[in-house]
Design a protein around this ligand. Structure first.
Ligand SMILES: [Zn+2]
Length: 128
């Protein structure tokens, strides 16, 4: 058989196939969390492996998880960790083409937003 030409689909770029909570290492009570979430973003996150498993209390807004505090705390940490990981093998430009936003501000040089190329992410909450 030829070599499996497997894309990142199905694998998390942070944890591969490892089905355990990214934070606690737990293997039960897990949800798949799409790191860049919101309407229309699940499939983009899926396609690029931008997801991790999280223990539900760390995930669900109703349980005080990260969806309760978007773009801060663990949610932001994951967005940064994922971007950092992606940029080990890709350029920032490539990341920006996919996500349209740079989460590594502390490492970023002052960049101008490309005209018309800046996507406003709708941060409406959606479990995912
Ligand atoms: Zn989620």
């Amino acid at each position: 058989m030829g070599k499996a030409e497997k894309g990142s689909h199905g694998n998390s770029i942070l944890t591969g196939k490892d089905k355990r909570c990214y934070v606690t290492g737990r293997t039960e009570g897990l949800d798949k969390h799409h790191i860049y979430h919101g309407p229309g973003w699940r499939s983009i996150s899926d396609r690029n492996g931008f997801w991790v498993y999280l223990w539900q209390p760390l995930h669900l807004a109703a349980l005080g998880g990260l969806h309760k505090y978007p773009n801060s705390g663990l949610d932001l940490e994951l967005k940064q960790a994922c971007q950092r990981k992606f940029e080990e093998t890709h350029t920032r430009e490539e990341f920006m083409e996919i996500i349209g936003r740079n989460y590594l501000e502390e490492e970023a040089e002052r960049e101008e937003r490309p005209e018309g190329g800046f996507y406003l992410l709708d941060e409406m909450e959606e479990e995912g």
